[in-house]
Design a protein around this ligand. Structure first.
Ligand code: C2E
Ligand code: CA
Ligand code: CA
Ligand code: CA
Length: 281
């Protein structure tokens, strides 16, 4: 700061002031509920690797900012989490996603085996009565537990393994699927993989990115998929962007894909259109 001289320092404090101001405004908007009303639920198709049919979707939140347009989670979820509002936001989004799925089911757009995945923050999982929230969302929307999948990262699990796995086992009792998100980027050792209270592993995008160009990356991807399948997990590969990547994932034994090759996350109307276009004959 010193080396930048007076002007540099001035610039620095102004930038800092702006950040603080933004946070204060954000907090006010969170408290008043104004922010929640600007959030949108987008849906990214999940594709069955055997027949390339759409077998589910992941709900991914967006912020329809009045001045800046549609923002991805990386622009705002961190601040919301820091301000302690992430679980409140997740609770509402989860409820809205269940309602959306119920609507798609009753209109016949998707069938009974369709699985909706929702990201659960650490704050959400540790809400008092998380299992009660899940149960009432399912009941209200008339869904079966197996229509819903809850995605948690390894980090969330590791931070309080006993407590988190107890909670996750409770929701598994309703038939809800549990998925380990961003698999391979966290801390879990191979040894305790088999103890994870999950039935789905989502292989992180970073393992696919350089496939097939990097031979080493191909081997690592294959090893992860083979190991996960050997431990009876269902495997979803994230971030599949090319046909060659999809082909290799298939060959290695992946069960499902999610990625721009098929579709980016879509607003509900476009998602419905995508499904219509890709309905099996
Ligand atoms: P995630 O759960 O790992 O979600 C997958 C991310 O990868 C999404 O980013 C998706 O748009 C992106 N993606 C999918 N396919 C491709 C691809 O082929 N190439 C590339 N480059 N990217 C791809 P997005 O929507 O920006 O979300 C980022 C993260 O924000 C999510 O990562 C998730 O951790 C978090 N998130 C999103 N919605 C929610 C929410 O409602 N609640 C909570 N707690 N977290 C959320
Ligand atoms: Ca996810
Ligand atoms: Ca992920
Ligand atoms: Ca992620």
């Amino acid at each position: 700061v010193k080396r930048m001289g007076r002007n540099g320092f001035h610039f620095f404090t102004e930038a800092l002031q702006e950040i603080v101001m933004n946070k204060i405004v954000l907090e006010q908007q969170l408290r008043s509920g104004a922010l929640q009303s600007q959030l949108l639920q987008y849906y990214q198709p999940v594709i069955n690797a055997k027949n390339f049919n759409v077998c589910g979707a992941e709900m991914l939140v967006r912020w329809n900012h009045p001045l800046r347009g549609i923002l991805p989670p990386s622009e705002f979820l961190g601040d919301i989490e820091e301000l302690g509002f992430l679980s409140a936001i997740d609770v509402v989004n989860l409820d809205l996603a269940c309602k959306q799925l119920a609507e798609w089911r009753s209109s016949g757009l998707v069938n009974d085996s369709f699985v909706l995945a929702v990201n659960a923050s650490e704050q959400l999982i540790k809400e008092d009565n998380f299992q009660g929230i899940i149960k009432s969302d399912l009941d209200k929307a008339n869904l079966l537990g197996c229509n819903l999948s809850i995605e948690v990262t390894e980090g969330v699990l590791v931070s309080d393994f006993d407590k988190t796995s107890t909670i996750l086992n409770l929701i598994k009792g309703y038939g809800v699927k549990v998925a380990i998100d961003d698999f391979g980027t966290g801390y879990s050792s191979m040894a305790y993989l088999k103890w994870l209270p999950a039935s789905i592993l989502k292989v992180d995008r970073s393992f696919v990115q350089n496939v097939p160009d990097s031979v080493a990356d191909c081997r690592v991807l294959k090893a992860i998929i083979v190991m996960a399948k050997g431990l009876d997990f269902e495997v979803i590969v994230e971030g599949v962007e090319t046909i060659e990547q999809a082909r290799l994932c298939c060959e290695y034994g992946a069960d499902m894909f999610q990625g721009y090759l098929f579709s980016k996350p879509l607003p509900p109307e476009e998602f419905a259109f995508f499904i219509e276009q890709h309905k099996p004959a």
